[in-house]
Write a protein that binds this ligand. Structure first.
Ligand code: IPM
Ligand code: MN
Length: 356
């Protein structure tokens, strides 16, 4: 499914977003030259600064314009002068929903040389993937207020789950587990069936049904609270996790910490359907206090670029990027936190290019 030229929309976004995006593009240029990938990029200035200037998060027609690309690369959104929720809902979630990116894919891999807060654990122990449903649940914005700002105020926020929504995510996760072909060959559903006896019952029944089509994959289940415990105690237990949007949001931050933090963690918002446009992003936010200091870690962004290549028909180039990252974390970098890498943002980008 590789396309020539590969058309990538680039949203550098806020804070340190543009800085880490620059390094990811540098690596794309280097790997593109090596592997003969023809590509075009186009910049979009969506984010907090534009919102403060124009009052809009996504201008009219923007989503349709983005649909014409093969993939989107997103640096970061989040601006200290913009109230919480505006950019998250108006930009990031809006793109996820409108482009129907129903899979949020989060590889959790501890790279060589990267420190994990888990005692006596190394890269062999932390290597799993979270498949998070990305369009439903508490994220769909169903709810409201009654008697707002009175002593009798009522607020409701409703989780919405559909058969179609959970089935397509679960089926994709089974397929992914099969393709990944880890010796464990195990897909763990993470939910809360003992309390969420409607919504997560739908997930549970759907998971059981779909699992019958995949006799080669072990269908496993954890309650979300237990999952948080196991992820810390026995991270080597997991192969692939499939979970709901809200729980997926929470457990992937826990997972990011055990894989070395937001400086390395990357994710993909994937629409796997034919013609679907997927969006790849480093997990760290816009980190306003580190903006333009050349100290932020670009590894997560470079990792996201590797994922972009993997999912747009260049899996060997994606793997090459991942291997280059691991050489740099394993042999060069002193740490992964901003300002503690032993190198500047740009130097880390250069090191990855050299390692290619
Ligand atoms: C993530 C982020 C987003 C989410 C926020 C920024 C809306 O935390 O991608 O995990 O909650 O999904
Ligand atoms: Mn999150």
């Amino acid at each position: 499914m590789s396309k020539t030229p590969l058309k990538i929309a680039v949203i550098g976004g806020d804070g340190t977003g543009p800085e880490v995006t620059r390094e990811a593009l540098k690596v794309l240029k280097a790997v593109g030259a090596k592997d003969g990938i023809e590509y075009r990029t186009q910049d979009f200035d969506f984010g907090g600064a534009r919102y403060l200037r124009t009052g809009e998060t996504l201008p009219a027609g923007a989503v349709d314009e983005l649909r014409r690309f093969d993939a989107i690369f997103l640096g970061a959104v989040g601006h200290p002068d913009v109230p919480p929720g505006v950019l998250e809902k108006g930009l990031l979630l809006e793109l996820r929903f409108q482009l129907d990116q129903y899979i949020n894919l989060r590889p959790v891999k501890l790279f060589p040389g990267v420190e994990t807060p888990l005692k006596d654990r190394g890269p062999a122990d932390i290597d799993f993937v979270v498949v998070r449903e990305n369009t439903e649940d508490l994220y769909c914005g169903v709810g409201g207020f009654l008697k707002k700002n009175t002593a009798d105020e009522v607020a409701s926020q409703t989780a919405v789950y559909t058969r179609k929504g959970c089935e397509r995510c679960i089926r994709w996760a089974f397929e992914f587990t099969r393709r990944r072909n880890n010796p464990k060959k195990m897909l763990t559903l993470v939910a809360k069936t003992n309390v969420l006896t409607f919504g997560h019952d739908l997930w549970w029944r759907t998971f059981q049904q779909v699992s019958k089509e995949y006799p080669d994959i072990k269908a496993d289940y954890n309650h979300v609270d237990a999952c948080c415990m196991w992820m810390v105690k026995n991270p080597d237990y997991y192969d692939v996790i499939v979970t709901t949007n809200m729980f997926g949001d929470i457990i992937t931050d826990l997972a990011a910490v055990i894989q070395g933090g937001l400086g390395v963690a990357a994710g993909g918002n994937i629409n796997p359907d034919p013609g679907g446009v997927s969006m790849f992003e480093p997990m760290g936010g816009s980190a306003p206090k580190y903006t333009n200091q050349n100290v932020i870690n670009p590894i997560a962004a470079i990792n996201a670029m590797g994922m972009l290549l993997e999912h747009t028909g260049y899996p060997r180039s994606g793997e090459r990027v991942l291997n280059a990252i691991m050489r740099v974390t394993g042999t060069k970098m002193k740490g992964q936190a901003a300002g503690k890498m032993g190198y500047s943002t740009q130097q880390v980008g250069d090191l990855v290019c050299e390692a290619l």
